[in-house]
Design a protein around this ligand. Structure first.
Ligand SMILES: *[C@@H]1O[C@H](CO)[C@@H](O)[C@H](O)[C@H]1NC(C)=O
Ligand SMILES: *[C@@H]1O[C@H](CO)[C@@H](O)[C@H](O)[C@H]1NC(C)=O
Ligand SMILES: *[C@@H]1O[C@H](CO)[C@@H](O)[C@H](O)[C@H]1NC(C)=O
Length: 425
């Protein structure tokens, strides 16, 4: 998992006092966790969210500054998010970081600066009445956390010590981390073989099982598994099942793992071999599948599809930085007519000009326009399959991110499908 998306962050003194007496809501909750990232840029009115479909919200996100303070939008939406969540028995944590947004996490967590950083975190939690803290450093001790990210061999040990320091100041807070499909790197730069220090301190981790093929090769964004044992998969942990096995193999209990499931896909431009020669190096799972008229799919070049969620200027500036990744949200696929609802079956079928295929190797759909554009994505079928597997094997699911299936009028088909799969409906 090389190229990754980033992830995301509010209020209520009276509520925090009430919670301090009652204990955090999540510690009373039973059943699978359903964790949703609420992005500050999405500007979704919190009162319109499907509250019964979630148990935990992560407010995305607070960006660590050079002086180890935290910068995040302290808006009326944040106040509303927290008050709506608490009225519905849902917790809200403050997310720190996100891909490319943890620039100073390495030095913030080191022994010299840790106390300052932790005090700033605790102050933010108390100021707004958050229920917990979610750190999305994602890739300690690697350069994969984003452009010009600091890293050090001590990162993972320092991250654990930081969580322990937060825990000692906020004993009842919900502590979580968004993590890659392999355990945090150890001091030698390899995946840790024992992360029980984290499982003893954290309430849960969210495995980011997405961006699996990213822009390098055409493939499923979030494979459930590698049923066909395709050698193209980027490593044994490049699926829901493989990544959970990697973390449990390093002593992180499955009950504290939530499986991250995306609400977006990737668009790719596909070329037939006659258009660009013999290039044999463009193998991908889908070259094994019958895309009509295409025998090879050239990757790394993206089609005319506009990517991502169409909302605020902040979102647009982030997209501009990543121009070319070809990410596209489920809501935009529907709104652009690439997908449409079959009113009879209540399933999302290909819109005019597209054909839908099912990748039974990765357990997810893709659509193809017959000539040049392929979109690998997740729909109500594939998220159902992943959430169903999660309900039997781990402690819940995480959805990145809550606005990506917001079709309006209270219609959130992906999280709805996942709740059915989890036995919550
Ligand atoms: C994006 O949003 C703007 C403002 O709401 C709208 O004018 C524009 O048509 C949208 N673009 C797409 C591709 O949906
Ligand atoms: C991406 O780049 C293309 C070509 O340079 C440009 O036309 C388009 O507006 C860019 N898209 C975004 C979202 O910045
Ligand atoms: C819609 O779903 C119904 C019921 O499953 C099915 O018979 C029909 O062929 C579907 N229509 C399309 C256009 O796929």
């Amino acid at each position: 998992m090389r190229s990754t998306i980033s992830v995301i962050i509010m209020v209520g003194i009276a509520l925090s006092v009430q919670l301090a007496c009652a204990g955090p809501i999540s510690k009373r909750a039973t059943g699978p966790r359903v964790v949703g990232y609420y992005t500050d840029w999405s500007n979704v009115d919190p009162s319109t969210l499907p509250w019964s479909d979630y148990t935990h919200i992560q407010y995305f996100s607070a960006v660590t500054q050079p002086d180890y303070s935290l910068q995040y939008p302290e808006t009326s939406n944040l106040d509303s998010l927290i008050s709506n969540a608490h009225a519905n028995g849902v917790t809200v944590s403050l997310t720190i970081g996100g891909w490319g947004q943890c620039d100073y996490c390495s030095s913030a967590c080191n022994p010299t600066n840790r106390a300052t950083f932790v005090n700033n975190i605790v102050a933010a939690v108390n100021k707004h009445g958050f229920d917990g803290v979610d750190i999305d450093w994602e890739y300690p001790d690697t350069s994969a956390s984003g452009p010009s990210m600091q890293s050090s061999p001590e990162d993972t040990a320092n991250l654990l010590a930081t969580f322990q320091a937060i825990r000692s100041q906020l004993p009842n807070a919900i502590l979580s981390a968004a993590v890659a499909t392999q355990p945090f790197n150890d001091a030698s730069g390899n995946p840790s073989t024992d992360v029980s220090g984290f499982s003893n301190t954290l309430d849960f981790i969210s495995i980011m099982n997405y961006d699996t093929f990213g822009t390098s090769f055409i493939g499923p964004n979030s494979p459930l598994d590698n049923h066909c044992n395709l050698g193209y998969y980027p490593g044994a942990s490049a699926s829901a099942q493989g990544s959970v096995a990697a973390w449990t193999g390093a002593n992180f209990p499955a009950s504290k793992i939530v499986l991250g499931i995306p609400g977006y896909g990737y668009s790719y431009t596909a070329y037939s071999t006659s258009q660009y020669g013999s290039a044999s190096s463009y193998a991908s799972p889908y070259s094994k599948v019958n895309c009509p008229g295409v025998t090879k799919l050239k990757t790394g070049i993206h089609g005319p599809i506009k990517c991502g969620t169409n909302s605020t200027s902040r979102r647009r500036s982030r997209l501009a930085k990543r121009n070319g990744t070809g990410q596209i949200a489920f809501v935009d696929m529907v709104n652009n007519g690439y997908l449409q609802l079959n009113q009879t079956s209540q399933l999302y079928i290909a819109g005019p000009g597209w054909t839908r295929y099912w990748d039974s190797c990765g357990t997810a759909p893709y659509i193809f326009d017959g000539t040049s554009t392929l979109i690998a994505y997740d729909d109500t079928d594939s998220v159902w399959a992943k959430a169903n597997w999660a309900s039997q094997n781990v402690g819940g699911i995480m959805f990145w991110e809550m606005s990506q299936d917001d079709l309006g009028n209270g219609n959130f088909p992906l999280i709805n499908s996942m709740n059915w799969a989890l036995g919550r409906k």
